[in-house]
Design a protein around this ligand. Sequence first.
Ligand SMILES: C[S@@+](CC[C@H](N)C(=O)[O-])C[C@H]1O[C@@H](n2cnc3c(N)ncnc32)[C@H](O)[C@@H]1O
Ligand SMILES: [Zn+2]
Length: 337
Amino acid sequence: MKESFLEYFLRESLACPICRGSLEIRKATRRNSVIQRAILSCVSCSTLFKVYARIPVLLKPGQYACWNHPHVEAVFGFTLESYEELLRKYGVEEVRRRAFRILRGEYSPPKVFFKEPVDRRLLAIGGWRIRKCYVERHLRRIKEQTKSSTSLRRMVDIAREYSPCKILDMCSGGGFFLTCLIEKYRDFTEFYSFDIDYKCAKRVEGTLTYYKLLDRSLPMVADARAMPFKENYFDIITNNCGFNQILGYTKAVKEAYRVLKPGGKLIVREFYGITTWDSGLTRRNLGFTVDELVELYRHYDIYVNKESFIKILEKTGFTIELVEDIDDKYYLLVCTK
Ligand SMILES: C[S@@+](CC[C@H](N)C(=O)[O-])C[C@H]1O[C@@H](n2cnc3c(N)ncnc32)[C@H](O)[C@@H]1O
Ligand SMILES: [Zn+2]
């Protein structure tokens, strides 16, 4: 039987996100040579993971394949409610009280353990996101929203300059950067993308199917803080506005460093950060002044601004090759391992 691409990737690059052991396939259901469903087992720690409708979900046991805003998760633990809903439900004073109790070490939000990272609801949403008409509509939206973005175009040009073979797009979200990149560059041999959110991974699967690239790419669900890859693997890692969305983002910086080849590049497009926000507005809309947010975000290890991010990158071992302030919202970074 012809080897599936997932089997190839399992041998080459993938590893258990917990112990970095090798993963082997058990009980696979295939269509042609493509694995539709499977159980993946770590040969070292025996943890089991699953492939849900072609997407490997390599999260630690108990995690749900859905994104929470880092501020929300830090204060409330994992929840499907938005910050606006939580503010309405508890009132701003209670939200502030909780946040400051966490800061003083008097309280930590409850941990929720999910039996399955992907349930019927996520499977259903993922299913329609790969239908051709939805993919085409999404790609039109991406084109429309990115056509005047100088910073995104510049990020794509920088990535192409390195002529990378092995690419990882982390925190791939709806695939805005990824789509702009594959429009201009397809000379890679392996293209991986991951997001903690199953719906996002399915959206990217739809895009990669549309561009007929699924024979050398793998969209998946993974956690940037515990990446399911062997070390020293990628030529480049790209991250478009993802670091500011991760609770505990220093771990993600360390993981990016671990899985890059020596000499490999981390290419980032990011917001300047919360220190450029209007304090009156944040107090009114979020319940906290900018200074309070900075204190909380430092405590929770959430992205604060460009300057503190660069310090963390350097402390991790990266050499900063390029810092480019593009417009009043975004800047670009290129860092070398
Ligand atoms: C602003 S979006 C990224 C946009 C995307 N790069 C693009 O070009 O369209 C940020 C993404 O980070 C993801 N994310 C947040 N925490 C994560 C984590 N711990 N691991 C992986 N992805 C994460 C979110 O699910 C979200 O989709
Ligand atoms: Zn393991």
